[in-house]
Design a protein around this ligand. Structure first.
Ligand SMILES: [Zn+2]
Length: 198
């Protein structure tokens, strides 16, 4: 391509999840053809997002301050901790209104094939949190995929014999599916009927 600016945008867009080279090019051409106000709003909203939204120091969820609104809420059940893969999973679980405890985001799941090891996840932070906070139950709501199951197993083994009750999201969400795309009713039932991990 003789248009480096276009090429650069296509490269960046193409690196986004779910956007292939073809879609990236289509979006770039769309931006080029559309009202300049739309490109300005797009770039402003990306800048604002990065400026205003950060990750909570404690749970790793989204926050506008050092601690998110869930970690700062004294009415949440402080003895119940839900472990999820991504900050977006918190939104899905909160939407069900079935869970009243705190969260911990791992920022992914174990995946030897992709080179994702325990030290690449927020497992050390989880360990520190568990050491210093009296949780009764650790509800592991990683996705019901190979990676999510392996992560759930790893965590429950790592903290076994510490007196916690480990629970796992129940059947309902299809194996291989992700929490983010589960419908609200199914996810609510999987939380309500969570089972103990032995
Ligand atoms: Zn938080």
């Amino acid at each position: 391509m003789q248009f480096p600016a276009l090429e650069q945008l296509v490269d960046v867009l193409g690196s986004l999840p779910g956007v292939g080279k073809k879609s990236a090019r289509r979006i770039a051409f769309h931006i080029l053809k559309s009202d300049p106000e739309i490109s300005k709003r797009l770039s402003d909203s990306i800048t604002n997002l990065r400026r205003e939204v950060r990750f909570c120091t404690q749970c790793g969820g989204l926050s506008q301050q050092e601690f998110c609104h869930i970690c700062s809420d004294p009415h949440r059940n402080q003895r119940l901790l839900c472990v999820v893969e991504d900050p977006s999973d918190i939104f899905s679980i909160e939407d069900t209104a079935e869970f009243s405890g705190l969260y911990h985001v791992l920022m992914g799941a174990l995946s030897p094939l992709d080179g994702i090891a325990p030290e690449d996840l927020r497992i050390e932070e989880l360990s520190q949190r568990i050491e210093t906070h009296p949780f009764d139950e650790i509800f592991i709501a990683t996705n019901p995929t190979l990676e999510g199951d392996a992560t759930a197993h790893y965590i429950s083994e790592m903290f076994a014999n510490r007196g916690f009750r480990f629970t796992r999201i129940s059947h309902g969400i299809a194996t291989g599916a992700s929490i983010e795309y589960a419908d609200k009713g199914t996810l609510a039932r999987s939380i309500r009927e969570r089972k103990s991990l032995e």
